[in-house]
Write a protein that binds this ligand. Structure first.
Ligand SMILES: [Zn+2]
Ligand SMILES: [Zn+2]
Length: 191
């Protein structure tokens, strides 16, 4: 395999800059720049925000400004962000847990590496899969019916006592949000 083909392969694996590639091959930055320029000209890769990306990955990242939700296209606020990390350095970002939960069924199990969001109370990063969700409460920081993530079940229950809604784990929340979207909102769901 010639070096340019290997470069495409490495970018697919998550190499994002010329320096890392130069180190990998033990050649000068200039050499890699030349390969990268040719690959760009061939339309195989693109450079965006200083990162090297495969042509097909680049569409997921907006040209400028805030990233937008892959489900509803709203700009994403950091504190509600819900992000799936996929193999080969790809990500699928949602504006909030509502959209994130709805996107889950579109993601192939074998591509999925992890998923993170932020605890609504302490703003710490948490794994989406172990988080607790308050679904369909009267608090609506983003999309409707709202889904809000907490790292602790106790916090989620306290929140639901104040704002209503149902406390659910990831799997249940995925199904509930989908069901609620089908039926329109607000609706009461059986638990
Ligand atoms: Zn959204
Ligand atoms: Zn949202």
């Amino acid at each position: 395999m010639d070096r340019k083909e290997q470069i495409v392969e490495l970018i697919a694996q998550g190499y994002r800059n010329v320096k890392a590639l130069a180190q990998h091959f033990g050649v000068s930055l200039m050499t890699i720049y030349r390969d990268v320029r040719e690959l760009e000209k061939d339309g195989r890769i693109v450079r965006k925000h200083g990162e090297l990306l495969l042509k097909e990955e680049a569409g997921e990242i907006p040209e400028e400004g805030m990233p937008t939700c892959a489900y509803c296209t709203k700009p994403i606020e950091k504190r509600l962000e819900f992000t799936y990390r996929l193999r080969r350095g790809r990500t699928v970002r949602a504006c909030c847990a509502h959209c994130g939960l709805l996107l889950y069924k579109n993601i192939k199990e074998e591509d999925l590496e992890s998923c993170m969001t932020w605890d609504f109370i302490n703003c710490r990063p948490i794994s989406c899969f172990s988080a607790w969700y308050v679904v369909s409460s009267s608090a609506t920081p983003c999309c409707l019916p709202s889904a809000i993530a907490f790292s602790s079940k106790d916090d989620a229950e306290k929140f639901a006592r104040g704002f209503g809604g149902y406390v659910m784990n990831f799997e249940t929340a995925v199904d509930a949000v989908q069901e609620l979207m089908k039926r329109g909102t607000p609706v009461r769901i059986k638990m």
